[in-house]
Design a protein around this ligand. Structure first.
Ligand SMILES: CC(C)(COP(=O)(O)OP(=O)(O)OC[C@H]1O[C@@H](n2cnc3c(N)ncnc32)[C@H](O)[C@@H]1OP(=O)(O)O)[C@@H](O)C(=O)NCCC(=O)NCCS
Length: 177
């Protein structure tokens, strides 16, 4: 739990932005690429769009994450090289990985992109012989919980008042074989 507390203390609330308009992007092909500091600006904007209610990380926090050798970060891009999804994972000293954040642009959702990103993350962990992936998810975020359940995560604990607004989260875990 100490690891989770230390992660939590890194991230202050970011300014919230208004909710994006619902729109569906034209069908296209996607690929997964490494996410580096070169993409900091676009990933900061996308993060704010994906988390419009104050859960988005600041540019400073994302910059910090991208500076850490223990961070694995990926983006999902369209044929036009537009970033429409991202995932950040931090690996701790005991060999456990923590899914710090994942988001898909609203107009590209329900196309299996988050599932693809998670599969990519798991493959990257396997190569590094890291066999546990943990995450926290808001109790109210049933869409994300459904995604994680589908990908084999299970709830190990409910953490009371985990978020600054007093909301609880579920700590979820998956063994990566
Ligand atoms: C959660 C999120 C990452 C899912 O991305 P996505 O690319 O749309 O997810 P996928 O298309 O891979 O969906 C996989 C499964 O997750 C579940 N799921 C995804 N979105 C859902 C929704 N809105 N309602 C219910 N189930 C949902 C479904 O079981 C889905 O499978 P199905 O489409 O075959 O039914 C995306 O909605 C998002 O960015 N949300 C805002 C940020 C966020 O909450 N991140 C997680 C923080 S813990």
């Amino acid at each position: 739990m100490q690891f989770i507390d230390s992660i939590k203390s890194l991230f202050g609330p970011a300014p919230s932005i208004s909710a994006p308009k619902a729109r569906i992007a034209p069908a296209c092909e996607y690929v997964i690429r490494p996410l580096t500091k070169r993409h900091l600006r676009e990933v900061t904007l996308l993060n704010a769009v994906c988390f419009p209610n104050g859960d988005s990380y600041t540019r400073h926090t994302l910059d910090y994450l991208l500076s850490q050798p223990t961070t694995l970060s990926y983006r999902i891009v369209t044929e036009e090289n537009e970033t429409v999804g991202f995932a950040f994972v931090m690996v701790n000293e005991s060999g456990t990985a923590h899914l710090t954040t994942i988001g898909i642009a609203p107009e590209h959702r329900r196309r299996g992109l988050a599932k693809r990103l998670l599969l990519h993350v798991e493959n990257a962990l396997r190569v590094r012989q890291i066999n546990t992936l943990v995450l926290e998810v808001r109790v109210k975020n049933t869409a994300a919980q459904e995604l994680y359940r589908q990908k084999g995560f299970y709830v190990v604990q409910r953490l009371n008042k985990y978020y600054t607004n007093g909301e609880d989260c579920f700590l979820m875990m998956k063994a990566v074989h």
